[in-house]
Design a protein around this ligand. Structure first.
Ligand SMILES: NC(=O)c1ccc[n+]([C@@H]2O[C@H](COP(=O)([O-])OP(=O)(O)OC[C@H]3O[C@@H](n4cnc5c(N)ncnc54)[C@H](O)[C@@H]3O)[C@@H](O)[C@H]2O)c1
Length: 376
């Protein structure tokens, strides 16, 4: 068993989700590598220590540059706002560390390209946490599509709907609401939510050729948590786009933080010549499957409860019939990363894979701005 010493940067939502992945992966998957929670890095030493104590990190750092200087760190995990991804990733690659970066890869394609070049030049393992690929029902969708069971694909549609920014008193910027500040986030729902939908779509249905998009910013000014002043909001609150895929199918995507009643409604559907698939994050262990080849009198949508040993990842979990949850997507991604080290192969999505999603995001934002179709 080889140890992989993890240096985690950030202890927020993703810091916790990933750390849980490191803690659990080897309990459930037979692997030749094992993560060691070596150091937790965050600016506030007290909070960093509290997180480190709770999760079992051996040490803390308060400056990520110091973390990167340490010889006892093998892999750097970047769980901080998007505007820090580039600088930390490139420095980590140059320091010879494996780089595991949260999504979206970068603020824009130019940053993403520099990041790809850095990890490839350094020859270090690299991965971006588009974790929805590793939800067993989504992985099963990939298997069904790759086996050709849907035949020629005609349509792909996805939504990611939330409602947490409807109140105009929600500030922008700062620790809790950096997602509303374009400087920290790069974009609004496009980079935050649609990026997930796009990654899954590229994985399931192949490349996107061109896009036509519209965005809206419903609340034009918000108090900035750092400056204390009302400032213009420059992120996209909502975004819709349609597109052509390379395989000839049509795509339709929508995301908003203004869909009252929806907290994280990520749904996708794909329609092919022989069948269709549909998936809903709120019921993440189920995959809906329609197979036109079924006998006519019983033909209909099947509600597949993805919990059996021969379905993706599920042989590593409980007994058939018992499902897993959101956190398992991160455990699976850690397990796949460790397996890639065992085999000496790249893990996906790599930085280069995530750059493809970034290209679509940039084209979407430019299309909305110019009110024109945009090639990806
Ligand atoms: N894969 C997913 O499903 C998913 C879900 C949520 C967030 N994300 C991504 O993860 C990243 C982090 O998001 P989050 O929700 O965990 O945010 P968060 O606000 O919960 O946590 C951010 C963390 O970054 C720390 N931080 C900020 N600046 C820092 C610096 N200079 N040095 C060290 N630490 C610093 C903060 O203290 C905090 O611990 C973002 O890129 C986001 O897009 C991905």
């Amino acid at each position: 068993m080889k140890n992989v010493n993890i240096g985690m940067i950030g202890y927020g939502f993703m810091g916790k989700a990933h750390t849980n992945g490191y803690a659990q992966a080897n309990h459930f998957f037979k692997l030749g590598h094992k993560p060691v929670l070596k150091a937790l890095c965050a600016r506030n030493a007290e909070k960093a220590q509290e997180f480190a104590d709770n999760w079992g990190y051996e040490s803390i750092e308060t400056d990520w540059r110091e973390l990167l200087k340490r010889d006892d760190i093998d892999a750097v995990d970047i769980c901080v706002p998007n505007n820090l991804h580039k600088e930390i990733s490139i420095a980590a690659a140059e320091a010879g560390k494996a780089v595991l970066c949260e999504k979206p890869l970068a603020i824009d394609v130019a940053e993403g390209e520099a990041m790809c070049e850095a990890v490839e030049k350094a020859g270090v393992p690299n991965m971006v946490w588009y974790n929805y690929r590793r939800i067993p029902a989504v992985s099963l969708a990939k298997q069904i599509i790759d086996e050709g069971r849907l035949g020629k694909i005609f349509h792909y549609r996805a939504n990611f709907l939330q409602d947490w920014t409807i109140n105009a008193d929600v500030p922008q910027g700062g620790a809790a609401t950096w997602r509303l500040d374009a400087e920290a986030a790069g974009s609004g729902v496009t980079g935050d939510l649609l990026a997930h939908c796009i990654d899954t779509a590229l994985w399931l249905n192949g490349g996107i050729k061109d896009v036509s998009a519209m965005t809206e910013t419903f609340v034009k000014e918000r108090l900035h948590a750092e400056t204390g002043k009302k400032e213009p909001v420059t992120i996209d609150d909502a975004c819709m786009f349609h597109c052509h895929f390379d395989n000839g199918s049509l795509g339709l995507f929508e995301s908003t933080r203004y869909a009252r009643g929806h907290k994280a409604l990520y749904t996708l559907e794909i329609n092919g010549e022989h069948g269709s698939l549909a998936w809903d994050l709120h019921d993440l262990h189920r995959l809906q499957y329609f197979n036109y080849a079924d006998d006519g009198i019983v033909r209909g949508w099947r509600d597949v409860h993805v919990s059996d040993g021969d379905q993706p990842y599920m042989g590593n979990w409980w007994v058939p019939g018992l499902n897993v949850g959101y956190e398992h997507s991160f455990i699976h991604q850690v397990a796949d990363f460790l397996k890639s080290l065992d085999e000496g192969k790249p893990v996906h999505p790599s930085f280069r894979d995530a750059l493809e999603t970034q290209k679509v995001c940039d084209a979407v934002l430019k299309s909305a701005k110019d009110r024109a179709w945009m090639d990806v």
